[in-house]
Design a protein around this ligand. Structure first.
Ligand SMILES: NC(=O)c1ccc[n+]([C@@H]2O[C@H](COP(=O)([O-])OP(=O)(O)OC[C@H]3O[C@@H](n4cnc5c(N)ncnc54)[C@H](O)[C@@H]3O)[C@@H](O)[C@H]2O)c1
Length: 494
């Protein structure tokens, strides 16, 4: 009989129970094996005056920013670059060398080999999304601290597993949602939380970012410098159907999460922060599609997600076609309170207004360097509580993107009139249902007049167990099939 007779009251209680259960089961099957885990497989933590040895994993566009964040700094040095594309790896070694007085990092193709190197204290992960959680889990199992790009996961379950791994191995894991460290954004959140705009009931996230067609679906060559087995990792090995190999994976479900999980995760995170909720929602609903062109992309370029928290709502809009701003923002957030509203138009700046639209306070200041520095400080102090974007925050906000996408992907294809009726039925009484009317107007402005749209079911969710209530199909979408050799460790073996 279970020692736990009652249902846990909170996520924290749920986790404490899980950890107790976990402690009773011997570690098994991690990449490092149960024996190795019990012994000394871990890298030593950095000593106080030592430079932190950082390995950057993934040397594409974002990897360059990571190199800029850690190379040529007093407290950090980039000692290794790991990329399964040799060209990207060598190019990244060159750029790191330039920034750190000629000290050229070592290029390593295979992340598993990299993690065996005990001279590395921390890794920063800027690979495609499907690698984030598994790469970070392997890294903490090997004793490394981790800076992992957003979204921290490609699906809900692996994100939670990463949080469990970070805690179990007592590692520092920062999420790449850098707005969280910007003084301007922090001041805005403090203003909201201290009642500056009154009682907050709605947070709107906007990802209005023009995205062009990625070209026709076809069968394209893998670039000769890329080890495709390693690139695919936990995902199945599939024919390459997009013209541009790098970056455009964002728009294919096997690897990316659409713009909701690309640009949108930043604003999703800010909305959740503004609402001051540290759990997933009670209900989720999404509607959308890929409009304006037919191409190799599969994810929505036009989407509305509504997350319901009972007394608060989070509404998220993605627009990839040409559009005007909404209330002065295109990629930003709008937070509505009983005494006013606040609009953040970038990662660090914005304005609070009263109910008549008169500006009452402005917020400004920050850049990416604050976030890298915050990671360094937490690594030195060995305290994940001082992280501005601890992995648990990253998991929750990433998972909100995944929940929206699950509703969308389970949706029925309806014509625009029936779709409007469904939105009205689900969100009718709320303040946010109007967002779909604005989306329809926006589509018309882009000459999309009559259309079929994917309309999701409204899904009930239990934020304590992080599972859907009464929808098994949706529950299977909380995880994925992992390829042999790249399996997600179980909760017991993480
Ligand atoms: N925080 C931010 O503001 C921000 C900005 C841009 C991108 N990002 C995130 O950074 C990540 C990378 O984006 P990008 O635009 O650089 O993508 P990209 O496709 O241009 O680059 C990814 C790189 O990772 C490499 N890679 C793939 N699998 C690997 C593996 N197993 N081991 C080592 N290297 C591997 C690829 O070869 C490629 O060079 C994405 O997840 C994205 O969401 C964050």
């Amino acid at each position: 009989m279970s020692v736990f007779r009652t249902r846990p009251n909170s996520r924290r209680e749920f986790l404490e129970r899980s950890m107790l259960t976990t402690a009773a089961i011997l570690a098994a099957q991690s990449r490092f094996g149960s024996q190795a885990l019990a012994q000394d497989n871990q890298s030593p933590s950095v000593s106080p005056n030592e430079q932190i040895h950082v390995a950057v994993i993934g040397g594409g566009g974002r990897g360059q920013s990571h190199i800029g964040g850690f190379a040529g700094k007093k407290g950090t040095i980039v000692t290794h670059i790991c990329d399964c594309d040799e060209k990207a790896g060598q190019r990244s070694c060159d750029s790191a060398a330039e920034k750190q007085g000629g000290m050229r990092p070592t290029w390593v193709k295979d992340v598993r080999k990299l993690l065996d190197d005990k001279s590395i204290h921390a890794v920063s992960i800027a690979t495609p999304n499907h690698w984030h959680s598994l790469g970070a889990i392997w890294a903490v199992q090997a004793g490394k601290d981790v800076y992992v790009e957003k979204p921290v996961s490609h699906n809900v379950l692996e994100g939670r597993r990463l949080v469990q791994a970070a805690r179990k191995h007592n590692r520092i894991v920062q999420t790449g949602t850098q707005s969280r460290s910007n003084p301007g954004m922090r001041a805005a959140m403090e203003f909201i939380h201290s009642g500056g705009i009154g009682e907050v009931s709605v947070a709107r996230g906007l990802c209005y970012k023009r995205r062009n067609s990625i070209g026709p679906k076809g069968v394209y060559e893998v670039p000769k410098e890329v080890d495709y087995d390693l690139w695919s990792g936990p995902a199945p090995i599939l024919p390459v159907t997009r013209k541009q190999f790098h970056y455009d994976w964002h728009w294919q479900w096997a690897y990316g999460n659409g713009d909701l999980g690309n640009q949108g995760i930043h604003q999703m995170d800010l909305c959740r922060w503004a609402l001051n909720v540290d759990k997933l929602c009670d209900k989720t609903f999404s509607i959308g599609g890929r409009f304006g062109y037919e191409d190799a992309g599969e994810t929505a370029n036009t989407q509305l997600v509504i997350h319901d928290y009972g007394n608060k709502q989070l509404a998220f809009e993605v627009r990839g076609l040409k559009t005007n701003d909404y209330k002065g923002a295109n990629v930003g957030i709008i937070v509505e309170g009983s005494k006013g509203y606040l609009v953040m138009t970038s990662y660090q700046s914005g304005t609070a207004f009263d109910l008549d639209g008169k500006p009452i306070k402005t917020f400004e200041g920050g850049n990416d360097s604050y976030h890298y520095k915050n990671f360094e400080d937490a690594v030195r102090k060995r305290d994940h509580k001082i992280l501005n974007a601890d992995v648990e925050e990253g998991h929750l906000s990433s998972a909100l993107c995944h929940l929206g996408n699950i509703s969308l992907r389970l949706g029925d294809k309806l014509d625009s009139k029936d779709a409007a009726a469904r939105v009205n039925k689900v969100a009718g009484p709320s303040k946010v249902a109007e967002a779909w009317n604005r989306t329809v107007e926006h589509l018309k402005e882009n000459s999309v007049e009559t259309f079929q749209v994917q309309v999701g079911p409204e899904l009930k969710f239990d934020p304590i167990s992080e599972t859907f209530v009464g929808n098994e199909k949706a529950n299977t979408m909380l995880s994925r099939e992992y390829r042999k050799g790249y399996e997600l460790p179980s909760e017991q073996s993480v």
